[in-house]
Design a protein around this ligand. Structure first.
Ligand code: HEC
Length: 128
């Protein structure tokens, strides 16, 4: 319950503060995602590249969405579930969040991170 209340408070605060960095913009995130595209596809059923297809990744446990993608054991056995907090940590430093993973790319700009997470969310049916 504490968690749900926190989300409601965050939404109320967010509504009055359009410039807050934590508010990701999916449209801006689409351009940020251009940098991910050498290694990831995002459309449903898209092929894995160096990294797994990311359709539906938001809200799912790491290394499980979608089925058939390539993952390291480290990722699949991490127990991490992808949400705003874990994705933020991941995009800043993948191997700091989960030891032994194969993604070395990282983002440094907080707004880029929030935007690309909003874009991942927009491409994850059921995540709102
Ligand atoms: C140089 C290649 C490369 C780039 C660029 C890259 N990634 Fe990755 N990514 C990977 C690899 C490889 C994995 C799988 C890691 C593993 O299995 O250990 C991965 C895994 C992931 C996962 C976890 C997927 C899952 O099924 O749990 C997410 C989320 C992710 N990347 C997001 C991004 C985003 C967002 C960007 C752009 C901001 C990005 N990546 C850029 C290579 C890359």
């Amino acid at each position: 319950m504490r968690c749900v209340a926190g989300v409601v408070v965050a939404m109320m605060l967010g509504a009055g503060a359009p410039s807050a960095i934590a508010d990701g913009d999916a449209a801006a995130g689409q351009s940020v995602f251009n940098r991910c595209k050498i290694c990831h596809t995002i459309e449903e059923g898209g092929p894995p590249k160096q990294g797994p297809n990311l359709f539906g990744v938001y809200g799912h446990p790491a290394g499980t969405a979608p089925p058939g993608s390539l993952h390291s054991d480290a990722l699949a056995q991490s127990g991490v579930v992808w949400d705003d907090a874990t994705l933020t940590e991941w995009l800043k430093a993948p191997s700091r969040l989960i030891k032994g993973v194969k993604m070395t790319f990282r983002l440094t700009n907080d707004q880029d991170i929030a935007d690309v997470i909003a874009y991942l969310k927009a491409n994850s049916p059921g995540a709102d």
